[in-house]
Each structure stands twice: as C-alpha cells, then as structure tokens.
Design a protein around this ligand. Structure first.
Ligand SMILES: [Fe+2]
Ligand SMILES: [Fe+2]
Length: 190
C-alpha cells in the first residue's frame, strides 16, 4: 500500500531507532533523546520543591509534638500523618533530582530561603492549623505552576508533581476542616 505522507516524519519512532538511541549515552540514565526539557533548569526547580517539602516535614513534625490543649490528640495525629506524607514527597523529589543527574540539596544552611513554604512560628493549636493551611495553599499554587511548566517537556517530573499536588490538596482540605471544627467558621474564605 502506498503511504500518503511518505517523507513526513512519523509520529512514533520505530523500535530499531529507539533501541539504537537508548544504547548511546547510557551515562545519562533516564534523560534520553526524547527528553525535551532543560535538565539543569528542571534540577534547579526541583531543588526548591525539595526544600519546600523538607520545611513541610519539619513544620508538621514540630506541630505534631508541640500541639496541646483540649481535643489536641486528633489534631496531633493528623499533623503526624501529614509529616509522614511530606516525607514521602521529599524522598520522591530527591529521587527525581538524582535520576536527572543532580545531587539533592539537603543542606540545612539556606533551607528556609530555598523553600516556597514557611516554617512558621505558631503558638496555639488554631494558629498551627492556619499556618499549615497557608503553607499548603502556597505549595498548591507553586506546584500547579510547575506542572504547567513541565507539561510535555518532562512528563515524568510532571506526573510526580501531579501526584504530590493531589495529596497537598487533601492536606489543605484537612486543615480547613480542622479549622472549621475548632473555630466554627472557615478563616480564609473571602
Ligand atoms: Fe508535600
Ligand atoms: Fe502538604
């Protein structure tokens, strides 16, 4: 059968070309020929995501320990659960930086300024919940932008961030529910 678009570039690369390409430059690991992103830029962005997640681990862990007062037990458990999930995000992002050929930056020096979210300085339970809600909202906005940036330049990183985003949205919702339970009204709705 005669091909209609003979000469035009096929949408899919044939298997032989894929195999040949994959054998070349194996030192680059997962960053293969079809990677359309700027690897250095991706690593730089992911270092800020890593710092954001580390700060979230620290803040939730501190809150899980320091929360006191009436009905704080359930809230402490929620904070501890979030700390665990932030730690999973932290590890996933660090792994991704490594896959892209970078070195995940866990250096405590300068951590707060590399992160998008803040560590906070909450005194009481309600302030802690509010700080966490604000931090989650910052992370959500930040990650939505990054997901758009990575688009089809780097679907692997984008998919990882999409998975993290869904959990951050749940976290924000959990904090919002706690706030309503403790204050009787949502605090951040205009
Ligand atoms: Fe997170
Ligand atoms: Fe979160």
């Amino acid at each position: 059968m005669k091909k209609k678009n003979a000469g035009s570039k096929p949408f899919l690369t044939d298997v032989k070309a894929l195999r040949d390409r994959a054998r070349k430059n194996i030192g680059e690991g997962g960053v293969s020929f079809t990677y359309k992103g700027n690897v250095d830029k991706a690593i730089e962005i992911l270092q800020t995501v890593l710092a954001t997640e580390i700060v979230c681990v620290l803040r939730y862990t501190m809150h899980a320990v320091a929360a006191t007062g009436i009905s704080s037990e359930g809230v402490k458990a929620e904070f501890a659960q979030h700390a665990k999930e932030e730690q999973e995000h932290m590890s996933a992002v660090a792994e991704r930086i490594n896959q892209l050929g970078g070195k995940p930056d866990f250096n405590p020096s300068g951590l707060a300024s590399r992160a998008a979210s803040e560590y906070g300085d909450a005194g009481n339970l309600v302030e802690m919940i509010k700080e966490n809600l604000i931090a989650e909202r910052i992370a959500i906005d930040h990650y939505r932008e990054l997901i758009r940036y990575f688009g089809d330049r780097d679907p692997g990183t984008r998919t990882m961030l999409e998975g993290i985003l869904v959990v951050e949205e749940e976290h924000a919702n959990d904090m919002h529910d706690l706030l309503v339970a403790h204050e009787g009204k949502p605090m951040l709705r205009k």
